[in-house]
Design a protein. Sequence first.
Length: 254
Amino acid sequence: MLLFCCHGCGGAFPTLITIITLFFVGTAGGVWQTTEAALLLTGVIVLGVGMTFLVSRLLSHTVLRGVPSAYAMELPPYRRPRIGPVLVRSVLDRTLFVLGRAVAVAAPAGLVIWLCANVTVEGASILAWGTGFLDPFGWLLGLDGTILMAFVLGFPANEIVIPILLMSYLATGSLQELEGLEALGGVLEANGWTWVTALCTILFSLFHWPCSTTCLTIAKETRSVKWTMLAIAIPTALGMGLCFLVAAAARLLG
């Protein structure tokens, strides 16, 4: 059940840290700013973990009532570990297996991102059409169509959400990185970002569909399309609901 809510994976940390630094802490540096950023990031993670337990408890008393949840693990006989075989099996079973899954999804996804940014329809790129289509829905969530499109195209890996944002805002045909946080902050503010946008982006980054590798792992472990789709739908619905409430409250309070 814990996979159904909290999305505090390592891939989301760059986005979270960047937005917290730009809009809530500042880029001046120093001990106080670093401590404040760490505390805010910790608070975001605690929020994710708390919501995970809350949703898990809610599910266990509703749709999962009566479903056995016992967990048993059989421990093998103890043997003195051998460093060489342990390292080899760890590389083969963990690192290469996960990287293979990532490449299998990232390669076609990279092609899709390039096509969206470079193929034009009636004078505008597919990416521009997509962001325009999502703009009204993004406004309801305190975001914009570009942010939502960046998360959609960032499905292979959460680390590329910010580069996709820049690619769309700057209307370039490839993923972009700027030198320094100040330059990034200038681009975001020039495109209408406020503290409300930043806060809603943080919430949506924390609560939205898992990345491609996680979805493949859930499908493999559960062997169920239903549970995989639920693992995507539940955190996404939660994130959208939180963003809508924050945006509506901010507009109501002016």
